[in-house]
Design a protein around this ligand. Structure first.
Ligand SMILES: Cc1ncc(COP(=O)(O)O)c(C=O)c1O
Length: 353
């Protein structure tokens, strides 16, 4: 006899990337922005008064929703905010899926999806990406999923599917399934799916301030969709899911768009320098539209290079799972961090010969 539901007893918890206690590590394992957030963020936090903390915060993060509506040309009721995008994913899966309503996605993808589905006993329909990482539109649409989650650019691959392909999928499953576009990394890509929100009734675009706005520690995500979709999600949202500090800081970050955009460009420039450097050392790096690079490692192999880097206080991401165990996922750092990374890898490869 267990205190817990059988499915919770049976399942394994999601394993997040390593978060070291010390700051003397080059931390390029969980795709944070290497540049600090806008100075307006700290100013907004300092401007929060005792009174704001004594009282409950705005229940719907209205200041942020209004700022986002203005910036993205939508209504405030087309915006919902969450404690990191992870909370939004939980809300969306809870609202759309259950034991008879599967969750669909192309694989490999963000590993949290299947864990969230498992918590509510929803089956999953994973369709492998083809070798060119194009969206398997027909194969996805052929499943009985009632919610599709498409990460674009994808994680862990960094690959990008044309927005028109996402629109095709949305049209094929219209009336039956919602298509959630997880744009955690869209700030580093050449395009995004925001325009689909007005074109397709069943598309929701999910964003986070964790990557593009350098605020992973704040925990702030948001989504944009038609008002009926957002109204439905509000039913499963906790009443005060974001605190006063987070609402103030996130609103300041979003409003200082120019600052964030400058960091995106620096990351893109560094990414485009790092890819050829990795290739020169023998890595097979997949072209990335994101702030990280997935690359098949040369000899002495991904696990040896991962551990060798860790010994040198450089953290990258390595999974022992089939299909990924020969690869490293490397977050693009500052120019200085990337130089240290390249030098360390060169030393590990030389020692392994
Ligand atoms: C594809 C993808 N979606 C969502 C998230 C979660 O973002 P947040 O930090 O806002 O919860 C991540 C975080 O790594 C991610 O990689």
């Amino acid at each position: 006899m267990s205190y817990f539901c059988e499915r919770i007893e049976r399942m394994s918890a999601y394993v997040p990337g390593e978060q070291p206690e010390t700051s003397d590590v080059i931390k390029i394992n969980t795709n944070e922005n290497p540049y600090p957030p806008s100075p307006a963020v700290m100013a907004a936090i300092h401007a929060v008064r005792e009174e704001h903390l004594r009282r409950y915060p705005n229940p719907t993060s209205k200041p942020f929703r209004c700022a986002a509506a203005k910036q993205f040309g939508v209504t405030p009721d087309m915006v919902i905010c969450s404690n990191g995008m992870d909370e939004l994913l939980r809300m969306l899966i809870q609202a759309c899926c259950d034991a008879t309503r599967p969750l669909g996605y192309a694989t490999p993808t963000y590993t949290l999806y299947s864990v969230l589905a498992e918590t509510i006993g929803a089956p999953t329909r994973g369709v492998p990406f083809p070798a060119d990482y194009s969206l398997p539109i027909d194969a996805l649409a052929a499943t009985d999923a009632r919610l599709f989650l498409i990460v674009n650019p994808n994680s862990p691959t960094g690959t990008f599917v044309p927005i028109e392909d996402i629109a095709k999928l949305a049209k094929k499953v219209q009336g039956r399934a919602i298509v959630g576009v997880d744009e955690a990394y869209a700030n580093f890509a050449k395009d995004n799916a925001l325009r689909l929100v007005n074109q397709c009734q069943n598309v929701i675009v999910l964003r986070t301030l964790s990557k593009g706005y350098s605020l992973a520690g704040l925990r702030f995500g948001f989504a944009i969709a038609s008002e009926p979709i957002i109204a439905m999600l509000n039913k499963v949202r906790d009443s005060y899911n974001l605190d006063a500090l987070a609402i103030a800081a996130a609103t300041a970050a979003l409003t200082d768009h120019a600052y964030a955009q400058a960091t995106w460009q620096k990351v893109i420039d560094e990414r485009d320098k790092l890819v050829p450097q990795l290739r020169k050392m023998g890595f097979a790096a997949i072209p990335s539209q994101s702030n990280f690079i997935l690359a098949t490692a040369p000899n002495p192999g991904a696990d040896v290079i991962y551990h060798g880097l860790k010994d040198r206080n450089i953290l990258v991401r390595w999974w022992s799972t089939p299909g990924l165990s020969d690869k490293l996922r490397i977050t693009v750092g500052t120019a200085e961090q990337n130089t240290k990374l390249v030098n360390a890898i060169a030393a590990i490869i030389a020692a392994g010969r």
